[in-house]
Design a protein around this ligand. Structure first.
Ligand code: THG
Length: 366
């Protein structure tokens, strides 16, 4: 592919200097911001992620801050997930839907205090939706994008590296919880989370000027752990069934179709946008759903939607695929109609290089 032309619209991050110094070889754009996609090679990056520790510039996971007396009300309006048990120190994976139950985003929400939340968004302009809702509902809340940039520490040696920089107590963090940890005299918000199944942390760096000092400290402290700059691995996230908004799901899908029904409360008490539409799909159940699929042989890049076809009918689609070294097959994510979604079903997939046979699975690999 051709290169990306730099401009102000394609935002740099507080860590871009470090990413470049580490020899980034490819970028994508996410929330109008640079996101590295390859450092050494897709396969080398993947093997290293699964055996060592990586530092990821995931600044593109932009924060939308809700602040004010109505912040809690607005947060619950945004998602069908029941937030009544949410407390400061917690992160929740929350589907966000429109009035018809169509997915608008699948962010991680952090409750900072009773009147302050961060919504750590996937790749859609959710700030505009949230601002519109707050305005239309006359809510007493400020909605904006703070100068906060997540830096992820991912891999089997992430605990060791994080402990060296933030102290041993960071190891006591539970999954999807956060705390504040000292770095060079400043308290930083560190959560046990991240877009891989290898485990690790995300540091929500406040203030762009604080980016490179943390990046450099992690690289220095992790030398003997073979730390390297990395980025979300398409191979690893497909093996783990981590969904990618805009790829595996769009506004055309309900959370239930995405396998996110478990994050939707059926309690009619939850007042949120899309509630009635979702209560209906929860009752009926989806007629198509996210599935893992495997392919033998060589595949072209999955840079477009591949239709799953049978006797001239479209019975699903494949939206992400990658060759998996560890599982010795091509791993993929798709949406498959009920008639074909059971384990072991063979389907025909229409790729740009012609028809390929795939097998449907009810579980992902990791
Ligand atoms: N971290 C943060 N912000 C993000 C992402 C992230 N914003 C964009 C994008 N990723 C949002 N999408 C996801 C998708 C999956 C998960 C998190 C964010 C995830 N899922 C776990 C799983 O499926 O195993 C657990 C979910 C749960 O059980 O609550 O972590 O990565 N800050």
């Amino acid at each position: 592919m051709a290169s990306i032309t730099p401009s102000r619209r394609v935002r740099r991050t507080p860590f871009s200097d470090g990413v470049e110094a580490a020899g980034v070889k490819g970028y994508t754009v996410y929330n109008h911001m640079l996101l590295a996609s390859v450092f050494r090679s897709a396969e080398e990056d993947y093997r290293h992620l699964k055996s060592a520790v990586q530092v990821w510039d995931v600044s593109c996971e932009r924060q939308v801050e809700l602040r004010g007396p109505d912040a809690g009300r607005l947060m619950q309006m945004l998602t069908p997930r029941d937030l009544r048990g949410m407390l400061p120190g917690m992160c929740y994976y929350v589907p966000v839907v429109d009035g018809t139950g169509g997915m608008l985003n699948d962010p991680v929400a952090l409750m900072l205090s009773d009147d302050r939340y961060w919504v750590s968004i996937a790749d859609s302009d959710l700030l505009l939706w949230i601002k519109g809702l707050a305005h239309a509902l006359y809510l007493d809340v400020i909605v904006d994008e703070p100068d906060v940039s997540p830096l992820a520490i991912q891999g089997p040696k992430a605990d060791e590296l994080a402990a060296r920089v933030f102290g041993d107590s960071v190891k006591d963090l539970r999954f999807f919880r956060y705390g504040y940890f000292n770095f060079q005299g400043q308290m930083m918000l560190v959560a046990r989370s991240g877009y891989s199944k290898q485990g690790g942390f995300e540091v929500y760096v406040e203030g762009s000027q604080n980016g490179m000092p943390l990046w450099n400290a992690l690289m220095e402290a992790g030398k003997d752990l073979d730390v390297h700059a990395g980025c979300p691995s398409a191979i690893e996230r497909i093996e783990g069934g981590l969904l990618s908004y805009g790829n595996d799901m769009t506004r055309d899908n309900t959370p239930h179709e995405c396998g996110l029904g478990k994050f939707c409360s059926t309690q009619a008490a939850i007042g949120c946008v899309g509630r009635d539409a979702l209560l209906r799909v929860a009752k009926e159940g989806p007629v198509k759903q996210i599935r893992a699929l495997s392919f033998e042989g060589d595949l072209p890049p999955c840079d477009r939607l591949w239709r799953i076809v049978e006797k001239g009918n479209v019975i699903g689609q494949v939206t992400s695929a990658a060759k998996s070294p560890d599982f010795d097959t091509n791993v993929a994510i798709g949406m498959v109609r009920m008639t074909h979604w059971n384990e072991g079903t063979k389907v025909q997939v229409d790729t740009q290089d012609g028809l390929r046979t795939a097998t449907v699975h009810e579980k992902f690999w990791i």
